[in-house]
Design a protein around this ligand. Sequence first.
Ligand code: BGC
Length: 455
Amino acid sequence: MKGYVVLISIVAALGGLLFGFDTAVISGTINFIQPYFGLSEAGLGWTVSSLLLGCIAGVIIAGKAGDLYGRKKVLMLAALLFFVSAIGSATANELFIFVVSRVLGGIAVGIASILSPMYIAELSPAKYRGALVSLNQLAIVAGILIAFFSNYLLVNTGENNWRFMLLVMAAPAVLLFFSLFFVPESPRWLAAQGRHSESLRVLIKTSGTENAENELFEIVETLDVLEESYYLDLLEPKIRPLLFIGIILAVFQQITGINTIMYYAPKIFANVGQSNNSALLQTILIGGTNLIFTIVAMVMIDRFGRKKLILIGSAGMTIMLAGLSFLYFTKHTTGIMVLLFILGYIAFFAASLGPALWVVATELFPNRLRSKGMSLAIVALWSACAIVTITFPVMLEKLSGGITFLIFAIICLANLLYVWHYVPETKGKTLEELENEFSKDTESPNLKSRGHKSK
Ligand code: BGC
């Protein structure tokens, strides 16, 4: 039973792998596409961030289409888009085709970023849900690492090297598309469509015969409240606090600065006067640390809970960034300490906020509004990601590393305080138990953590 759910989760997590790969692959191509398409700095910035625009569109599409056509079919659409994007961008001779292909890839990233974790959460037994949804984060991180490696391996293949780098993505896209034929639809979505016997069949396989009927009963009960759901329903007094938590946590995940490192590490190392030669080794160290500590999170998340993990992680991230900032202020940036503080920061992120945001985002919303609530939270995530990505190089140049990293350290501290006060613990309960618990507690205007402390 557990093996079956793990296998399904691995298939869905391929969506996460493509998400990681597609967002990171561009870094290795930049030096080659810029002269090929004759791009100015601003043009390059626009070309690179076109993916993020697509992401926002993809999340909005997924929120609606995931309810209408099911999680599985829309993930298949994402696989097709990943494939088209890989072929289109790799064979583009004109900038327009290149950008359109990247936007299509972005739509696929947007869809995968919400439907892969949601689908896994809806199929997982409560006991393992945290670890299984974190599997998706592990796949994102693995995708990033694979992109770094494959770019490195392909860099010396001649003038078409950037085309090969982008083409690599076609392989996992095909794999995702065909493997989706072998997994069931989400039992929670099936129940919402009134397809109860199909839902029960899936639940028997994922949760066991003795639990399946009970689970279906609970799912149907939560769906009874309203047949049709609208975005405006998210503003109901009982749901609104959950929506705020989802959005604020998603924004925090980005504005605590993770992608300043993921996308700009070589720039940071250059900024402190290190040679380009060590950049590759350092990127791989960063990617490797990210991967190892994501596994640490997977082992801990269902035991310690999401909240404790985020609190410890945010504290660690604050200390590491403050240390980094201190090195800049005291002009001690030449030694190994810069790398160590960055690796420490990555380790704390990977073991906490990285996976935990995606886990909590799947758990906050009631069945009938999960797709819409998550999509608003994740639109906020991609928007925050775009803002940080665009402003970071300017901040580093104009404010210097000292102030820039101090600002990110303060944001990490703010995240810690916010989570401590407002974010409920969600481990170990079924999505329906959480739904019932939240609808009771949110009758008071503020959803406070104190009412939700895990027992
Ligand atoms: C974030 C991504 C980030 C990645 C790094 C994810 O949880 O959402 O923006 O690049 O972690 O590991």
